[in-house]
Each structure stands twice: as structure tokens, then as C-alpha cells.
Design a protein around this ligand. Structure first.
Ligand SMILES: [Zn+2]
Length: 638
């Protein structure tokens, strides 16, 4: 064993492998009934994949694939269950103009009538491979992947593979043709460029899908950390060059992220890491984790507007943290042999819930957000999850188990229907609770960081996977701090828990208070104006007067306000956020209800909003004499 910068070094494997704590994944899969087909694409004779993205700026890519095959009936599949997206989200509708041939002769193909991601062909005798060509249409409403200056390539959107194989044991030689004058970044290895074409080394299919590629016209690459051949890089691609002008202080904060993460986890499970960031208002806000990279998508002003660092400053740190928690340590039932086998998502309360906590903590420890603001942040999350009616009926385990559908949950009354966001922020509070319990029970000797060091040992490996179960997590927590963790998670995750644990804040040295002073984090991504009423009269109303959501049981609910209604007037005056604020403040000293004129599908109504509690924003207040645990959680370690 060799010590390297305090980290134990394990030799780097050639390709990403999957094993469990007790051995290889294969026995586990066999038990689940999966027997891998013999792959025709091997390390020696890989499939070849050329993605011609020369028209990516027009939202169009053309794919040419040479797939080793055997004569007779042969099935190829388009990736369906996408890691990191935690669902059957492979964008089948973006695939068009499929053509299959062998030795230059076109072959008829048929889509499977029940598995719509599978396509059957008859491979003629003597043909050892098929040629597959198709177009990828990159942009759909809510799913824009290409603009005039920036494009994101998720390889799973641009390939087929042989049905039934283990993706860790199926090999592809990928290439990309870039638009004229564009640059790219990816965690893929062995690149060789010739003109606009880049060829990469032969790669196992799972690692290819785990290695997105960003490309664009305006690019900046910043070193965040470097040690020997290992490094962490932030690669940003922008619609407009001026959006790459990151302030020095913010860059310095990002440069602290790797060291803070190494201190938090005591380990590293990548050789090098690329945080791939697009800056485009046209591309939706998103972050997808990968083992040696992340696919981070933010707005034009993400690096230049300080407000964005406050509300979205955990984007990069959250995805980076996933390299340990989610990619290296992964729930066993979320670890699948290929992209057609359904993932079981029940343990996302660890994978995403704990990671929401850690990604946020990292953003504060690195200084992307001031550590002093951590209590304000906790107040915003606690208050949101303390006032969610859906918790009264639906336990968190249902939201994680149903994650593939909760991710797509759309529509009114989000706080009743619950959504995937809940296992992030509700999970975050549960793991803050775990942290405070370990600290209290160990009299400050240990913390969640102690657990993370155990959870992600040994100290340095390449991108391998170690799976875990709920029992593993509880056992490891118990090793760090004896406690009835099973009962704890039973109470908070597996049974209905209408509110966050009441003693969590007290254990951290703080108590919740509501005042008229705004909380910056409550503004969230919807803007402060929308959110002023949620903790007061119980509705979010946009600056234009559209009701976004109404909290069940609140004054707004009793008044009859409903999502998608339009508030036209408040106490006789045309609606504006300021007019609403004035009315709420005046009603605090009156018994008369606030009069609202609303319009809904052509009908006008007058509603009486009987609310007299004033504007209320959540904050935390120190408990005199109690130790300040939140200060200790958020302060830098390096
Ligand atoms: Zn995540």
C-alpha cells in the first residue's frame, strides 16, 4: 500500500467494474433471473459508433453504427432506463429515420410490439455485423439539448446495442464529428483528432453512457485541482462568451470544492473528473451525475449573477458528491446490468437524500455560498417540508419507490401530490438529523463525515461500483455510533411522517421562528415575489397574479383560491405583488378579510381571504447556551 497525499492508493482498473461488498455483481443478477447474452462486440472487435454532430447547432445529429451480430434473428435495443435520471427516460421520440443494412443491403426491421425500445432484424447468412443509421432530433419542449452555440451529447440518446448483453462487457469505439470551430470536453479517454472528427479509445458501453460530451463555440476550462495525473476540471460552454467571465472569488470557491470533498469523504474514486457545465437559458436547469464527470446545465448568468450562486450554488457540488455517493456507493437494486433492466429506486432517500445534504454542505464549506447563511438555508428547507400536506398520507418510501413517475409529476397541488423533489429535501433533513444525532451521542467526537469515510473506503480507486442495501447503511452507521438506526429510518422514511423531526433543530442549537424579514432561499427558482404568501396565507401567486399552488388547510384554501386562477384585484385595486403585500400588512391590524377578485376560465368571483397573521418567512434563531452545530457543519475543513 502506498500513501499518496494522505490517501490510500488502490491500483486503477482498466475499465469500470461492478462488484458488491461481498463479491462480483454476477451472482446477484443470476439470483434476479438475469443471464447475460454473449456479446458479439468485444474488446478486440468492438462496435463502432460515429455521431456526426456537425449540425448540432441546428438540433440535428446523424448516427452511423457498425454492430457485430450473428446471422438469423437479431435484436437491437435503444437505452431505456437511464442512470442518474432514475427512470425509463430514454427519449425514444427523438430517434428518427432508422435504417439498417448488412454488407450494403437494406434490411427490413420491426419494432417489438410490447417492448417499444427493441427492434428486430433478420441478419443474412455470412454477415457478421449490421450497419445502423439514424437521426437524433435533439430538441423537444422541456428537453433542449442544442442551441446555436452549445450542445450536450448523452451517448445513450445516440446508440443502439445488442439486446440482453451486460453493458460492462460490451465494447464500443466511439467517435464524434463536431460543428466547424467547436471545442468539446468529456471524461472519455484516448482521443485522437483529425479535422472536426475525434476518435476515442474502445470503451465499455456502461462507461460510454457514463461519459457525456459537451461541445460548443465559447468554452473556458478551469483547473480546480491537480495531483500528478489526477485532476478536477470545470469545463464551461456558453451561449454567449461574456457569460464565461467568472468572478475571481467565485472561481476560488470552486477551486476549494475538490479539497473539501476529499476531506469530507476521505477518499477519491475517479482518475480525473470533468464538471461539464452549459450556460444557456434555452437549456433547462439540470444536473446529471456520472462517475468521472457531471452534466450540469444552468442559465446564462449562473457564473456571473451572485443570486444564482445563492439559490443554485449546489449544482456542481451536488453532482460532484455523487461520484462517491451514487456512483461509487450505489444501491444494489439500482445497479443494473444494462439499460433495459428496470431500476428499483427505493433507496434514493440515501442516494439522493443524503447527497442533497452533502452537496449543499460542500457548497457552504467551499464558500460558493457563505457558511454564515447555512441556518437560513436550513430554515427554508425545514419550513417547506413542515408545511406539506402530502406528508400526512404518503410516506417518503412511496415517493422513492415511485420515483420514475414522481420525477415526471406535473400539475396542480404539488404539495398534496408530492414530487421527486421531496426525497431530495426531506431526505436532506433526515441526514442532517443523522448528523446531529451522531454528534450528540458521541459528544462531538464523531459526525456524518466519520460515517462517510467508512462508507467510501478504501481511499483511492478508479471508477468502480460498490453496492449497498438499507441493512448495510444501518450497520455502518451503528459501527460509527451505536443507535437504533433501523427504528429511526422506519419512523422517518418507511412510515407516514407528517413533519420533520421536532427535536432536530434543537439538537443543532437552533429554533424556528417566522418573521416578516424575507429569507433569500425561500425565493428559490420561482423568484421571491411568487413565494411571499406560502408560509402566510398559504398560496404562491406569480408577479402577474397567477396562482401557482395553494396549501391545503391554509387561509387561501379556505377562501377557495386554486391553482391556475388569476387574481385580478386585491381590496379593489388591480393586483400587483406590492398591492397584495399592502393588503396583507393592513389585514394584520383588522378583522375584515382581504377581498380578492379572481378570474378562472371566463368567470369572475369575489373571494374572502380571512388571514390576519402578516407576512411570515422562516428563519432560525439560536438557542442561548446550546452548541452551534450548524456552524460546525458548514465551516470549511481545509
Ligand atoms: Zn442527485
Amino acid at each position: 500500500m502506498v500513501k499518496n497525499g494522505g490517501l490510500l492508493v488502490i491500483p486503477r482498473p482498466q475499465t469500470c467494474t461492478v462488484r458488491t461488498r461481498t463479491g462480483m455483481l454476477a451472482p446477484l443478477l443470476a439470483a434476479a433471473g438475469f443471464v447475460a447474452a454473449t456479446p458479439y462486440a468485444t474488446l478486440q472487435r468492438p462496435a463502432t459508433l460515429v455521431v456526426d454532430a456537425s449540425r448540432a447547432d441546428d438540433g440535428f445529429m446523424e448516427v452511423r453504427e457498425h454492430i457485430p451480430a450473428a446471422a438469423g434473428s437479431f435484436t437491437i435495443v435503444y437505452p431505456k432506463w437511464i442512470p442518474g435520471e432514475h427512470g425509463p427516460t430514454g427519449p425514444l421520440n427523438d430517434l428518427a429515420a432508422l435504417r439498417i443494412s448488412a454488407n450494403g443491403t437494406a434490411l427490413d426491421w420491426r419494432r417489438d410490439p410490447t417492448d417499444l425500445y427493441a427492434f428486430h432484424v433478420n441478419v443474412p447468412a455470412g454477415a457478421g455485423a449490421i450497419d445502423v443509421a439514424f437521426d437524433v432530433l435533439m430538441n423537444a419542449p422541456g428537453d433542449t439539448m442544442a442551441t446555436h452555440s452549445v450542445s450536450i451529447l448523452n451517448w445513450n440518446r445516440a446508440l443502439f446495442y445488442q439486446d440482453g448483453v451486460d453493458s460492462h462487457d460490451y465494447y464500443v469505439r466511439p467517435s464524434i464529428v463536431l460543428p466547424e470551430g467547436w471545442q468539446y470536453a468529456t471524461a472519455l479517454r484516448g482521443e485522437r483528432s483529425s479535422g472536426n472528427r475525434v476518435d476515442f479509445a474502445v470503451t465499455a458501453l456502461n462507461q460510454l453512457v457514463d461519459s457525456p460530451l459537451d461541445m460548443g463555440r465559447y468554452v473556458r476550462k478551469w483547473d480546480l485541482w491537480r495531483q500528478g495525473s489526477a485532476f478536477v476540471e470545470l469545463d464551461a460552454f456558453a451561449d454567449y462568451p461574456q457569460d464565461l467571465e467568472i468572478p475571481t472569488t467565485l472561481l476560488q470557491a470552486y477551486q476549494k470544492v475538490p479539497a473539501e470533498a476529499f476531506a469530507m469523504y476521505g477518499s477519491r474514486h475517479f482518475d480525473d473528473y470533468h464538471a461539464l457545465l452549459t450556460l444557456s437559458d434555452a437549456i433547462g436547469f439540470e444536473g446529471i451525475e456520472h462517475h468521472q464527470s457531471s452534466d450540469d446545465r444552468a442559465s446564462d448568468d449562473f457564473l456571473t449573477n451572485p443570486g444564482k450562486s445563492l439559490t443554485e450554488g449546489d449544482l456542481i457540488t451536488h453532482e460532484f458528491s455523487h461520484s462517491w455517493n451514487g456512483k461509487y456507493r450505489r444501491p444494489a437494486d439500482l445497479t443494473t446490468p444494462n439499460f433495459q433492466v428496470p431500476m428499483l429506486t427505493d433507496l434514493l432517500w440515501v442516494y439522493e437524500g443524503m447527497n442533497q445534504y452533502l452537496g449543499d454542505v460542500l457548497s457552504f464549506r467551499a464558500g460558493i455560498r457563505s457558511p454564515k447563511l447555512f441556518p437560513e438555508y436550513v430554515a427554508s428547507v425545514y419550513a417547506a417540508m413542515d408545511t406539506e400536506p402530502g406528508r400526512a398520507t404518503t410516506p417518503l418510501i412511496d415517493v422513492t419507490t415511485g420515483a420514475p413517475y414522481y420525477y415526471g409529476a406535473r400539475g396542480d397541488y404539488g404539495s398534496i401530490r408530492r414530487s421527486s423533489g421531496d426525497f431530495y429535501v426531506e431526505g436532506e433533513l433526515i441526514w442532517l438529523d443523522v448528523d446531529t444525532i451522531i454528534r450528540e451521542q458521541s459528544h462531538g467526537a464523531r459526525s456524518l463525515d466519520t460515517f462517510l469515510h467508512r462508507f467510501t473506503e478504501p481511499a483511492v480507486t478508479g471508477p468502480v461500483v460498490e453496492t449497498y442495501t438499507r441493512e448495510d447503511v444501518e450497520r455502518m452507521l451503528n459501527d460509527v455510533q451505536p443507535y437504533d438506526w433501523h427504528a429511526f429510518f422506519e419512523r422517518n422514511v418507511y412510515q407516514v411522517a407528517p413533519h420533520p423531526a421536532a427535536d432536530m433543530l434543537a439538537r443543532s442549537g437552533w429554533r424556528m421562528v417566522y418573521t416578516a424579514k424575507p429569507n433569500d432561499f425561500v425565493a428559490g427558482r420561482r423568484g421571491n415575489r411568487d413565494a411571499i404568501g406560502w408560509f402566510a396565507y398559504g398560496a404562491n401567486i406569480s408577479s402577474e397574479g397567477t396562482v401557482r399552488d395553494v396549501r391545503e388547510g391554509s387561509a387561501a384554501w379556505r377562501a377557495g383560491l386554486a391553482p391556475e386562477m388569476h387574481v385580478v384585484a386585491v381590496d379593489g385595486q388591480a393586483f400587483s405583488p406590492d398591492v397584495m403585500l399592502y393588503a396583507v400588512n393592513r389585514a394584520e391590524h383588522s378583522n375584515a378579510p382581504i377581498s380578492l377578485i379572481t378570474s378562472q376560465t371566463g368567470w369572475y368571483r369575489t373571494l374572502a381571504l380571512d388571514y390576519h397573521g402578516g407576512i411570515r418567512f422562516p428563519h432560525l434563531e439560536r438557542i442561548a447556551g446550546a452548541a452551534d452545530i450548524l456552524d460546525d457543519v458548514a465551516k470549511p475543513r481545509t
